[in-house]
Write a protein that binds this ligand. Structure first.
Ligand code: UDP
Length: 237
């Protein structure tokens, strides 16, 4: 019997993905690909929240190591996530999808504030909600934001999109012998320091029993496969 697809999901997109084939910034070709992948989910009639990173533009920790004040650097990183969110929102609208950007930092000309009740209202109207601005606090990451928003919206799963097929014992881009894990526990990932997500994100997901699927976004159809509960990537639970 076919599995019933997840009904409400939280998709985490790292900023790095937005670079596409470029070294920096946002690749319009990647945006078009991503928008089409999201468009292809329409027939599933599910509710989708998206958390976006900012690493393609600015990372707070890296900037602070070069001398910038950490808190200021982190706010700059959070602003970078808003840029990515606006770009994705635009790409979704261009292909006829209804979406809204809700930001943890106030930028009222172009985003709504994150208000859970409003998010749920958008879901009822089958709008996609893009969560921008991270948690709104320095010293956090957008992976932690993904876990937090997943808990708040009662998502059934976190879909963590990456450039590789899942979690490996070694870096698959550096080692031919790297082996992919099919499943891991949250504690495996933390204890083995597998560096796929930070500990705060993992422990928040663990405490709230939200499974995480790490999968390759660049393979067409993979978001849909993950939502349809096909076995892809690495499952953390
Ligand atoms: N950031 C932050 N608080 C948050 C989320 C993000 O301060 O709640 C900052 C932090 O400086 C981080 C940057 O925003 O480096 C971009 O986010 P992240 O590195 O998580 O993006 P990704 O790796 O997913 O591209």
């Amino acid at each position: 019997m076919k599995n019933k697809p997840f009904q409400r999901v939280l998709l985490k997109l790292s900023g790095e993905m937005f670079k596409g084939e470029r070294n920096y910034g946002i690749d319009p070709k990647f945006l078009d690909f991503l928008a089409q992948e999201i468009h292809d989910l329409k027939e599933l009639n599910i509710e989708i929240g998206i958390v976006i990173g900012g690493g393609n533009i600015f990372r707070g920790l890296a900037a602070s190591m070069n001398g910038m004040d950490r808190v200021t650097a982190d706010y700059t990183g959070m602003l970078a996530t808003i840029m990515n969110a606006l770009a994705l929102n635009d790409a979704l609208k261009k292909i006829g999808l209804e979406s809204r950007v809700q930001s943890a930092l106030e930028l009222k000309e172009v985003t709504e504030p994150f208000i859970l009740e409003k998010t749920l209202h958008h879901f009822e109207k089958k709008r996609i909600v893009i969560f921008a601005g991270g948690t709104g606090n320095p010293y956090f990451t957008t992976d932690t934001t993904a876990a937090l928003r997943a808990v708040e919206i009662k998502s059934e799963v976190i879909l963590k999109a990456t450039k590789v097929n899942g979690i490996y014992n070694e870096d698959p881009e550096k080692s031919k012998n790297a082996k992919q894990y099919k499943t891991l526990t949250y504690l495996d990932v933390i204890n083995q320091k597998l560096k796929i997500m930070d500990t705060t994100a993992l422990s928040l997901s663990m405490d709230n029993h939200i499974p995480i699927i790490v999968f390759n976004l660049n393979e067409k159809g993979n978001i849909k496969r993950a939502i349809n509960k096909e076995t892809i990537g690495t499952l953390i639970q």
